[in-house]
Every structure is written in structure tokens, then in C-alpha cells.
Design a protein around this ligand. Structure first.
Ligand code: HEM
Length: 173
């Protein structure tokens, strides 16, 4: 009987695939992961204050949304810069398609956060377009954040040794 053939995933066996440790980090803690909480929380806060304005008609909430949308955009840009640096500098992150999917989602999100803030700065009405943009941005924040979490928890990106616990099903060695 011929020996059983072992299949190897050429990408997973590429040395670069396992070089996933964060380079933009403080004492091994990725700065991107520390920063993304701000655009996520502020993006949802913008939607919250828009809904409260819609419900109450109190212009206080318009000012809250102006600040929250601006802060979510600016903190998102800072978080995005650290993410882009990781993407370009860490070979095991750069080589994975999933990292680029997250980056594309994030750039679309940042464009929307910026547009939402800009429309408020230029005095556009919150209802209906500001509220709709905030709702869309909250959905995109959720998708981008969920996908970023996948990069860390499914692929182990940003940590020392990706795929340490996930041998390929076809790799019996
Ligand atoms: C172009 C911009 C971005 C790029 C290239 C990028 C790239 C990355 C990379 C490479 C990781 C893996 C962990 C690491 O190496 O630090 C990651 C994680 C993550 N990203 Fe981004 N990112 C970007 C923007 C954003 C934005 C705007 C958000 C906010 C919604 C976000 C949310 C996350 C989350 C939640 C994680 C998981 C962090 C954790 O739980 O430890 N990213 N991102």
C-alpha cells in the first residue's frame, strides 16, 4: 500500500505567516487595540445623542453629537494610523487577506465618520441625514470592530505566535 500523502498548506507553512507580533506596541501591548475603543464608543454615542435629539427636540443633544462625531473621527484617524503601521510593518499581518478586508472596512468607516462630523460643522440639519449617517456609521463600526476582533482572536494577529493552537486539518504532523 502506498504511503499516505500529507497535504501541506503552502501559505500556512510560509515562515512569514507566523511573524505576527505587533510592532506598534507598549511593552508588547498593541497600541491599536488600546485606541479602537474610542471611535467605537464615540461612534455609538453619536447615534445615541441623535436619537435623543429626535425624541426630545432639545438642542443640547445637537452639541453632544457635534463633539462626539468629531472625537470619534479624530480618534478613529489616530487608531487607523497605528493599524496601517501594523499592516505595513508586520509581515504576518500584511500577508493575510483578512487584514486588508479589515483595513478597507475601516477606511470606509473613517470616511463616513468624517462626513458626519463635517456635515454638522457646516450647519446641516441632524434630521434626517445626520441621524441616518450616524446609524450607518454605528453599523459599520460594529462590522469593523467585529472583524478586527477576528484578526486577534481567530488569527492571533498582534500576538507572538499565530496559529499556535490551530494546526491545519490536513496537516497530521
Ligand atoms: C485603516 C485603518 C486600520 C487598519 C489598517 C487596522 C488594522 C488592524 C490590525 C492589523 C489589527 C490586529 C491587531 C494589531 O496588530 O494591532 C486590528 C485589530 C482591531 N481593529 Fe483595526 N485597523 C484599522 C482601523 C480600525 C478602526 C477605525 C477600528 C474601529 C472600529 C478598528 C477596530 C479594531 C479592533 C476592535 C481590533 C481588535 C483589537 C483587540 O481586540 O485586541 N480598526 N486592526
Amino acid at each position: 500500500m502506498p504511503p499516505r500523502r500529507r497535504f501541506r498548506d503552502p501559505i500556512q507553512h510560509h515562515r512569514v505567516f507566523h511573524l505576527t507580533e505587533s510592532r506598534i506596541a507598549i511593552a508588547g501591548h498593541p497600541i491599536h487595540a488600546m485606541m479602537v475603543g474610542f471611535p467605537i464608543a464615540l461612534g455609538f454615542s453619536t447615534l445615541g445623542s441623535d436619537v435623543l435629539y429626535w425624541w426630545s427636540g432639545d438642542s443640547f443633544w445637537v452639541r453632544v453629537s457635534l463633539w462626539a462625531s468629531g472625537a470619534s473621527f479624530l480618534m478613529g484617524i489616530l487608531a487607523g494610523l497605528t493599524g496601517v503601521a501594523e499592516l505595513l510593518l508586520v509581515p504576518g499581518i500584511r500577508i493575510r487577506a483578512a487584514s486588508w478586508t479589515h483595513a478597507i472596512l475601516a477606511v470606509m468607516l473613517l470616511a463616513l465618520l468624517g462626513t458626519n462630523w463635517g456635515s454638522r460643522l457646516s450647519g446641516q440639519d441632524v434630521l434626517p441625514w445626520g441621524l441616518l449617517m450616524s446609524a450607518l456609521a454605528a453599523g459599520l463600526v460594529a462590522m469593523t470592530g467585529w472583524h478586527g476582533g477576528k484578526l486577534v482572536f481567530d488569527y492571533g494577529l498582534g500576538s507572538h505566535d499565530a496559529h499556535r493552537a490551530a494546526p491545519s486539518r490536513t496537516d497530521s504532523s
